[in-house]
Design a protein around this ligand. Structure first.
Ligand SMILES: Nc1ncnc2c1ncn2[C@@H]1O[C@H](COP(=O)(O)OP(=O)(O)OP(=O)(O)O)[C@@H](O)[C@H]1O
Length: 249
């Protein structure tokens, strides 16, 4: 489980996360929604130990990344903005280094590499240097890096941004397979059909707070809206969904 407890964060005196609290249940897919600037990336970065909260705490599998970052890192796989791949390395070299950093050696290391290579259909990329990789190719490598040590928790920040249909399908299939194997998944997205299809639970953020939490159906019942998109608009912006225009009689 991932637990976020009363987390506060400001940038240049402007509050971005305001006593933010939520739980991400084990073995489920949870989506984090919010308007641009709502604080999703800041929140995910704090969970990953990449950003320090001013107050409150985060627990990943019972471990606080601010207290024991190394142990928390073993609990987590992270797919961030897909930048920062080492352009001069091949995929094989890059994933080997990350596996070693996660403590994998010998036969375990070879098995882990072979497993992500097959699972993410990386054969054609395996021995290519990563300079000039497309968005989809970068996503595959980022996902492989996140999964190579088989972490119990996976965090993804807008994972389908810039991907084509086949890349989105591969990602979706991978997330569903990971959930079936018991992985706890938290991802942010602006793509409502994808969120409605994949998520067990949806968290809606507005101005650094959770303003809605539940299954897509439960959010629909709370807001009286039929689609997740309308529920999101009602919760995040406090607005009723647009009504269809009616011709005057
Ligand atoms: N390093 C930083 N320095 C200053 N301000 C920052 C920094 N990181 C984030 N912010 C600000 O904090 C707010 C929340 O940003 P954040 O990236 O967390 O939002 P988001 O919900 O992920 O947005 P988006 O959907 O546009 O990616 C924004 O106003 C942003 O400008």
């Amino acid at each position: 489980m991932i637990r976020v407890e009363n987390v506060c964060k400001s940038f240049a005196g402007k509050p971005v996360l305001q006593s933010l609290s939520f739980d991400v249940p084990d073995g489920k897919i949870t989506a984090l929604l919010g308007a641009n600037g709502a604080g999703k990336t800041s929140c995910l970065r704090i969970i990953c130990g990449l950003l320090q909260a001013e107050s409150g705490r985060v627990l990943v599998g019972g471990i606080d990344p601010a207290v024991d970052p190394q142990a928390a890192r073993r609990q987590l796989g992270v797919v961030g903005d897909r930048e920062g791949l080492y352009e001069r390395l091949t995929v094989a070299e890059y994933l080997k280094i990350f596996s070693q950093m996660q403590g994998l050696t010998g036969a375990n290391l070879q098995d882990a590499l072979a497993s992500v290579r097959e699972e993410l259909e990386l054969d054609a990329l395996w021995d290519r240097r990563m300079g000039g990789f497309s968005q989809g190719e970068r996503m595959k490598v980022s996902l492989a890096r996140a999964l190579v040590h088989r972490p119990p928790h996976l965090i993804l920040d807008e994972p389908t941004r810039g991907l084509d249909v086949l890349a989105v399908r591969l990602l979706r299939k991978t997330l569903l397979r990971l959930r079936a194997a018991g992985t706890t998944i938290l991802f942010s997205s602006h793509v409502m059909p994808e969120v409605a299809e994949l998520s067990d639970t949806v968290l809606v953020m507005s101005a650094g707070r959770i303003v809605g939490c539940g299954t897509p159906e439960a959010l629909g019942r709370t807001t009286g809206c039929e689609s997740l998109e309308d529920s999101f608009v009602a919760l995040a912006y406090g607005r009723q969904p647009a009504q269809p225009e009616v011709e005057p009689a």
